[in-house]
Each structure stands twice: as C-alpha cells, then as structure tokens.
Write a protein that binds this ligand. Structure first.
Ligand code: GAL
Length: 671
C-alpha cells in the first residue's frame, strides 16, 4: 500500500518561499493564509543554498521556524527536496556537473536546473541534502508530503556531455545486451553507421545530415529514465526515513512539454501532481485544462493534485496575459472537475526580486486590496464547500490512446511531413468530445480496455505488437475503434511495417495504403460522401484501397480523387474506423458524434453551447461540474434531490442555472 496524503477535503495552497522575505512578513503570511483557507503549502523547493551553506554544513534554523509556524497555524507542509537548484559552491567544486547543450556549449550556473542528470557528483550531493532533510523532518508534525525536486527535466531534460554519453551507453547495454541487437534495432547498416564497440556510440549530437531515428528515440527514452532514476533515488531516501509520508513530484503533462514518459513515471509516485499554465495564444485554454486533467486522472488512476497554476499572468511567454473576470475560479474548479483533489498556485506571495518578479501570485504586489486576492479568498471558500468531492473518480466510456514513444517518434525529423504534431492531432479529436460533454480517459496502447465502449487512437505512429494486438482485439470483441492517419506505421524500433499502410492496423481497419500524399501547409482537399458539403481535409492524405472496409468519404480532387479518405470496417463483433486525413473541425466533430452514437456513448449531460460538463462519481452520489465559458450561461437539467454544493442550496425544479462565466457544482444522489 502506498502512503496517502492525509488531509481533509480539497487541499488549497501554493509554493511558499518565505526565505525571500524578512521574518516580519511571515506572521502576515500566516494570517492571510488562514483568511484564504490555505491548508497546504510547498516549502523549500529552491532552498538548497540556504539549507546547506557549504558542503555537508547545514543550517536548518529558518526551515525549523517556517515549519513550526505552519504547524501552529494548522497548515500542512509539502516539504521539498531542494535539488532542482544546486548552489554556486557545488558547481565551483564540480564544474563537470554543469550540463552541455546539443551544440556542445557547457552552460553556467546562475539560474536553476542547470545540472547534468547523469553527474555522479550531482547525485551524491542531491542525496546528501535529501538525507539531511529526511533525517531532520521525517517526524515533524507539519510535514504531510514530500515534494521531490521540481518539474524534472523542465530545463535540463537532455545533457550531451561525455558523462551523459557514458550513461547512455550503460542504458543501451542493459536494453540490448549485445551490440548486434543494437545494430539490428537501429538499422545501422544504413549510411555506414554500424558500431563495433560500445564506446563508439554517442548522444545524438549535431551531425551533417539527418541522424538515425532509432538512435534519437532511444536517446529520448534514456533521458526520461535517467531523470526517473534520480527521482527514485531521492524517494527511496525519504521513504526509508518516513514510510508513512507520501512522495510526489510535479509533472508537466501539457504546455508542449514532452521530455518524460509519464506512463513510466506514474507508478513510482505515491501521489500524482501536475503543473498547468495557460498559453496566452490559446483562445480556448479551457480545453487544454480539461485534456490535461483527464490525462492526469488517467495517469493517476484516480484523483491527483494540481501543484501549480497561476492566479493571473505568468512571466515566461512573449506576452503574458492576465486572467479575465471569473477565469481564476473557472480554471481552478475545472481542474477539480477532472479529478484534482488539491489546488495550488505558483506562488503564495508575488516576488519583488528575482527572475519571476513579474509572475502573478495568490497575494499580488498590490496586496489584499486587489481583485486577485478577492478571487483567492473566494476560491478557498469554494474548495471548502467541495470537500466531499474528494476521492470521487471519473466515469469515462471513451478511451483516447496516448503514448510518449509514439509522440517522440512522430516528431522526429525526416517524416513524410514535418508538420505533424502529436498534441495537435490528439486535441483535434478531444475537442469535439469536450464540446459534447463526453467523459474521456487516456490510456496506453496496451491498457485494459474492457471498461470502454469506444477507443480512439488519433495519432499512434509507433506501436509495438502488444499494443496493436490489444487495440485490434478490442474491436474484435465488440468495441468501436477509430484510428487516425499514419498510425501503426512503425514498430517500437521505428522500423516501418512492410506490406502497406497503416501497418499494424491494416487488418482491423480493412484497408491498405501504398503511398503517402502529405499536404502542404495551407493546402486542402475536398471530401465527399457521408460528410457535409464543403468538407475538407488538410495536412495528410494517402492512397488507400479498401480490403473489406466500407468507404464513408472520398477525396473530390487531386491525385487521390475518388479514393477513400474515411472508412468503416465491421470487424469481429465490433467496428473499426480509419480517418486517413485531417478533416476540418466541423467534419471531424460530426464524424466523432456518429462514431460515438454507434458505440452507445452518451455525454455526461447535455448542456447549452459553451457550458462544460464533467462528472465525478462518489460512493453514493455523482458530482456534476458545470462551467460556463460562453459568457451567456444557461439552464441544465439535474436529477431529483440534487443540491448545489457551492451555495449549499437544494435544487428545486429539476434544473440549475449556470450564471454567465460562472460555475455550478451539483451533488446528485445515486438511486
Ligand atoms: C514552473 C515552476 C515554478 C515557477 C513557475 C512559473 O514551471 O515549477 O517554480 O517557475 O513555473 O510559471
């Protein structure tokens, strides 16, 4: 049994960095945290230089006071290991622990996360400070959770130094055992890349022409595993000192961060947590939040914690947009709707100095006489009202296949099109489901699919035999499967499956392609058939013929005119759809509606356009979250005996009003 976070209700707080402020400020922090209803804060994340002023010499006086103060005020600590930011003294002694970027430049210290993940000196130093913290605070009553490191790989996912090269070779040796197997897997007869000695193998440093794809893919796998081994080493130290305190590390499953294979990481965490920030350029960030939350709930197999997001603008985008009226509340409660049992911000008090001085916080520069502070206090009250939602889970009948190996491989150079982006392709398919209020889980290709009616694989370029067989047998046994273009093309070594496209899924889809016709940026082709007039495809097309499947739509023009673009195949007890292009959003939306009704999947609730619906299932009640993004609000039907949790009022007449830009959470007792 993994240790659990023993806090009542939905945790509320943020990163707390009191070391940046004189002690007089701390008392005010405590008073205001209580006013806002803060229950847990993350402390010490970047405190290494203060905790260990010189190698092996510790100064815990400040941390003792901080933890004491938190405890006295009834606020739990998510106590960090400060290993994301080694002090300057460490690098002066170990300059070899500084990372080398892809262009061969050794970086300097002076910010954070500038260390080589494979450096033995870094590992020793990180475990030494971790042990010192574990020994001192394992029994401290304020410590509710360990916050291991911070956002592994955010700035240093890859290091190309000689030490990393050596570690990469070690990782390859345990994967392949002998060089012949590696040469086979990497296809090194190509371009005279054959290796005769392990020492010949380097990280994929810049080279004259396109590097070997499998080499690059294994490099991504190695980099993820290397950081994971650092996490596991710290967690083991903490776990040995305090077996009942859970450990987490904050993931970044979205904002285009794809350095870590979180399916491999998730089993090693006691509690899963995530950081999520809006991108100013995304006009519908609410979809990004939902996708991220669904992915987190899927990784966690249940509730998880939102470890960081922002009350307003961040400081790291070209232009950092503030949030609009009600957006802070909508954002936070949307994460809860997708399974977050804790809501936290970066950070508690806005910094006046340092690289993040222009990042928003719970307590802004302006102080409590500010809209953000009012929103923060209100959110604290909202989360208290939602306490009973804790531990409730999702209810999805639709699974979307998500795989980091497939993502990495799809985005390697030298694809038929350099325009393919995994996240965009997944979001294309996720969006219509979100708009329709359909609950979605994310799954690995080899997951147990028995609880789903519909499985979607929008982009699964790389899939191994086990994954492909699993998806195929899902359809054979009566499920509805839909697969996006260029899926199943290569195996786990990035080798093309021969005999026609889409490789691994030819049989289940009942189609065979013999040539790929990617489209240029801005180019589109018309579609006709069981689609609305004016339907188009962009990005991709391929010459496909059916081998058992029925043609649903064909191209109207170009070299593939009259050829299938969308097909449907009755397979075993089930059905398998192939979407061989990127349909325009309306066409894809209509197609997915059709596929979903064929699978018998209903939305969690029908709502007016722009009102998001998500459901968490508790032991004796369902919790329906309704969030208006349209600015119009609307009426939504709810079941008898329902209660509005945020207001505490019973629902009188079988429906609730979602105010414009507002949020309503309804407890519906289960009959
Ligand atoms: C996160 C990081 C925080 C802070 C925040 C700013 O990536 O974990 O420490 O830098 O971004 O948005």
């Amino acid at each position: 049994m993994k240790p659990e976070l023993k806090l009542p209700g939905i945790a509320y707080g943020g990163d707390y960095n009191p070391e940046q402020w004189p002690e007089e400020v701390w008392a005010e922090d405590m008073r205001l945290m209580r006013e806002a209803g803060v229950t847990m804060v993350s402390v010490g994340i970047f405190s290494w230089a203060l905790l260990e002023p010189a190698e092996g010499e510790y100064d815990f006086s400040r941390m003792d006071k901080i933890l004491g103060l938190l405890h006295d005020n009834g606020i739990a600590a998510d106590l960090a290991t400060p290993t994301a930011a080694p002090p300057a003294w460490f690098f002066r002694r170990h300059p070899e622990a500084l990372p080398v970027d892809r262009d061969g430049r050794r970086l300097s210290y002076g910010s954070r996360q500038t260390f080589c993940p494979s450096s033995p000196a870094y590992r020793r130093a990180a475990l030494r400070i971790t042990r010192a913290i574990a020994d001192r605070y394992a029994g401290h009553p304020a410590v509710a959770m360990w916050h291991v490191h911070n956002e592994y790989g955010c700035h240093n996912a890859e290091c190309y130094c000689d030490t990393s090269a050596e570690a990469f070779r070690g990782w390859l040796r345990s994967r392949y055992e002998d060089l012949a197997a590696l040469n086979e897997a990497w296809g090194t007869t190509f371009w005279s890349q054959w290796y005769y000695d392990w020492d010949e193998i380097l990280p994929p440093r810049p080279t004259g022409a396109v590097p070997n794809p499998t080499h690059q893919l294994d490099w991504r796998r190695f980099c993820s595993d290397e950081l994971l081994s650092l996490y596991v080493a710290e967690r083991d130290v903490l776990g040995a000192a305090a077996p009942s305190i859970p450990a987490t590390t904050n993931f970044m499953v979205m904002y285009n961060f794809d350095a870590l294979d979180y399916w491999r990481w998730a089993p090693h965490l006691d509690v899963l947590s995530n950081d999520h920030y809006l991108r100013s350029t995304d006009p519908e960030s609410e979809i990004d939040i939902a996708l991220s939350g669904d992915l987190m709930r899927s990784l966690a197999g249940g509730p998880w914690l939102l470890m960081e997001h922002s009350t307003g603008a961040v400081n790291w985008q070209p232009v950092n947009r503030a949030k609009g009226p009600g957006e802070l509340r909508r954002n936070a409660l949307a994460h809860v709707a997708r399974g977050a049992d804790g809501i936290a911000y970066f950070q508690w008090r806005a910094a006046k100095a340092g690289a993040e001085q222009w990042h928003s916080a719970m307590l802004p520069h302006a102080g409590t006489d500010s809209r953000i502070w009012q929103d923060v206090v209100r959110l604290g009250a909202d989360l208290r009202a939602l306490a009973e939602v804790r531990d409730s889970a999702g209810t999805a009948e639709v699974a979307v296949v998500w795989d980091w190996n497939a993502r990495w491989a799809l985005e390697l150079p030298s694809q038929p099109s350099g325009e393919l982006r995994f996240l965009d392709l997944v979001r294309d398919w996720y969006e219509p489901l979100w708009r329709a209020g359909v609950a979605v889980d994310f799954v690995r290709p080899d997951a147990d699919l028995s609880s789903y009616r519909l499985v979607l694989a929008p982009s699964l370029y790389l899939v191994d035999e086990a994954g492909a067989a699993n998806l195929t047998s899902f359809a054979r046994r009566g499920g509805v499967l839909a697969v996006g273009f260029h899926s199943g093309a290569v195996d786990e070594n990035c080798h093309v499956r021969l005999g026609g496209y889409p490789g691994a899924f030819r049989e289940v889809l009942g189609v065979r392609g013999d040539e790929l016709f990617p489209l240029l940026p801005g180019e589109s082709v018309g579609l006709t058939g069981e689609v609305t007039p004016g339907a188009t495809g962009t990005l991709w097309s391929e010459r496909v013929r059916t081998e058992g499947a029925r043609v649903v739509a064909t191209y109207t023009e170009g070299p593939l005119s009259g050829r299938p673009a969308i097909t449907r195949n009755a397979y075993g007890e089930g059905v398998a759809w192939y979407v061989a292009t990127r349909p325009d959003p309306a066409t894809l939306g209509a197609l997915l509606d059709r596929i979903r009704s064929e699978a018998g999947v209903e939305p969690v609730r029908t709502t007016p356009e722009g009102v998001e619906a998500a459901l968490r299932r508790g032991s004796d009640a369902d919790y329906l979250f309704l969030i208006d993004h349209s600015g119009r609000g609307g009426e939504v039907a709810v079941s008898d005996g329902a209660t509005e949790l945020l207001t505490g009022k019973p629902v009188g007449d079988g429906s609730v009003t979602v105010p414009a830009g507002g949020v309503v959470v309804v407890r519906e007792p289960r009959q």
